[in-house]
Design a protein around this ligand. Structure first.
Ligand code: NDP
Ligand code: 2IT
Length: 449
């Protein structure tokens, strides 16, 4: 939908002109600005505060070289970044990604969305994101460790427990966080909560590994109950991806009685009409770090298909994209609609293209946007930061209960905004406005900085 408000239109033009060719960043900003039309209609004087002009410019973006030596003794060079987008409501917080596709555009979109995701949780965190164009696939344990250590030599200058606290994301799990945390500790000679997603023996929190996937299912269940008067029990669910978010979304969906029919990776997808076997999935992905095609060799009745996009052709009630940005396009959305999907909830960040979102909403499919639906991970990250600050260990039960509460509360806040602005069940606009109001109000109170 083209922007109607002139102030918002000017802001969007500025973003496009100043961030040439950074399409993912443009996409994330445009979706956000579209949601702000009703706010500007109600409060046109907001334009005079210049608050949105400030919101679209990162406070700081660090780009640096990481050189390291591979197992053959050859020097390798990668490019890494940390985008510190907005610290109005707390220290920068957000994941770190290792993937060959990482560039400034992808990290700016992720950091931008993180600001508003973090705001939605109601917890005191600003937003940031980092990453490197390093491909962990096919690297040895030692290479992964040397890369993490080399990266931290520079990253350690820019982060800190009260400054900026990274965590995992694509290609970065507890193993990589451990190596980066270890190197930070060595360089700074201090043991602080500078990373979340750490191992349990050195300050990590119970339930962080499960948090994003579980949170996604808590949000989905809450939205189904409140808006559709139903729940996950007996529903056919599609999950894409087979990493951290996907695995724990499968686990929690199954405990709620759903039948999860698929998982995938960037090479292809598994269709298991009997429901995904979680034990086999964890063995292949978490223990062996193998490809998802292995699953079909081990589970009778399941099939592997080349090409990850085909996952959306399986008939289902609920689709949970949990792999990467723009993985669900218009063709896939149309297939889902034809096959009778009733809800899409985003586990990955910006997994649906704008055209797909538009088609799904037009067809009356309930749509839970990433900023809300996948905020469970960062919510438990804050609890990990708190337990590090007080130097105690919080219980698993406490973490899971808090996570559920936060996701349900977030759903209610978004729902209230939908009512206030007469948005029906447009959870995208509701989430963006709810998140915007807290950050904008704080930025104005803190003065022009
Ligand atoms: P992982 O690295 O654990 O898993 C990523 C999964 O997505 C893998 O199965 C991977 O397959 C697949 N994938 C990656 N790139 C592509 C691609 N281009 N096409 C198809 N599949 C792809 O990452 P996470 O599970 O942590 O992250 C998944 C998504 O969730 C990301 O969007 C991330 O930003 C988001 N997220 C993560 C959170 C967390 O706490 N970890 C929190 C909130 C959001 P392959 O092995 O072939 O690359
Ligand atoms: O996208 C995300 O929210 C994450 N990758 C997790 C961020 C965090 O700091 O836990």
């Amino acid at each position: 939908m083209p922007l109607k408000n002139e102030y918002l239109l000017r802001i969007y033009d500025t973003v496009v002109q100043k961030n040439i060719g950074e399409l993912e960043f443009h996409q994330a900003v445009l979706e956000f600005l579209e949601s702000l039309e009703p706010v500007l209609e109600k409060e046109p004087e907001l334009a005079k505060t210049g608050v949105i002009d400030r919101m679209i410019e990162p406070e700081r973006l660090v780009q640096f070289r990481v050189s390291w030596i591979d197992d053959a003794g050859v020097v390798q060079v990668n490019r890494a970044y940390r985008v510190q987008f907005n610290s109005a409501i707390g220290p920068y917080k957000g994941g770190f990604r290792f993937h060959p596709s990482v560039n400034a555009s992808i990290l700016k979109f992720l950091a931008f969305e993180q600001v508003y995701k973090n705001s939605l949780t109601g917890l005191p965190m600003g937003g940031g994101k980092g990453g490197a164009d390093f491909d962990p696939k096919g690297k040895s344990e030692n290479e992964i460790m040397r890369f993490c250590q080399a990266l931290m030599v520079e990253l350690s200058r820019h982060i800190g427990a009260d400054v900026d606290v990274p965590a995992g994301d694509i290609g970065v799990g507890a193993r990589e966080v451990g190596y980066m945390f270890g190197q930070y500790k060595k360089i700074k000679n201090e043991f602080t909560g500078v990373f979340t997603g750490k191992g349990l023996s050195y300050g990590g929190s119970l339930a962080r590994k499960e948090a994003t996937g579980y949170g996604l299912i808590y949000f989905t269940q809450e939205a189904l109950k409140n808006i559709k008067n139903t729940d996950l029990n007996g529903k056919r669910v599609l999950v894409s991806g087979s990493g951290n978010v996907a695995t724990y979304a499968v686990e929690k969906a199954q405990t709620y009685g759903a039948k999860v029919l698929s998982v995938s990776d960037s090479s292809g997808y598994i269709h298991d009409p009997n429901g995904i076997n979680l034990e086999v999935l964890k063995q292949i992905k978490e223990v062996e770090r193998a490809r998802i095609s292995e699953y079909a060799k081990r589970v009778p009745g399941s099939q592997y298909f080349e090409g990850c996009k085909g996952v959306w052709s399986i008939p289902c009630d609920i689709a949970l994209p949990c792999a990467t940005q723009n993985e669900l396009d218009l063709d896939s959305a149309q297939l889902l609609i034809q096959n009778g999907v009733t809800m899409v909830a985003e586990g990955a960040n910006m997994p649906s293209t704008p055209e797909a979102v538009h088609a799904l909403m037009e067809a009356g499919v309930l749509f839970a946007p990433a900023k809300a639906a996948n905020a469970g991970g960062v919510s438990v990250s804050v609890m990990e930061m708190s337990q590090n600050a007080i130097k105690l260990m919080l219980s698993d039960k406490h973490m899971d209960e808090r996570l559920k509460e936060i996701m349900e509360h977030m759903h209610q806040d978004i729902f209230d905004t939908c009512e206030e602005y007469d948005l029906g069940y447009d959870l995208i606009t509701g989430a963006n406005i709810t998140a915007f109001e807290r950050v904008a109000d704080t930025m104005i109170r803190l003065g022009t900085y």
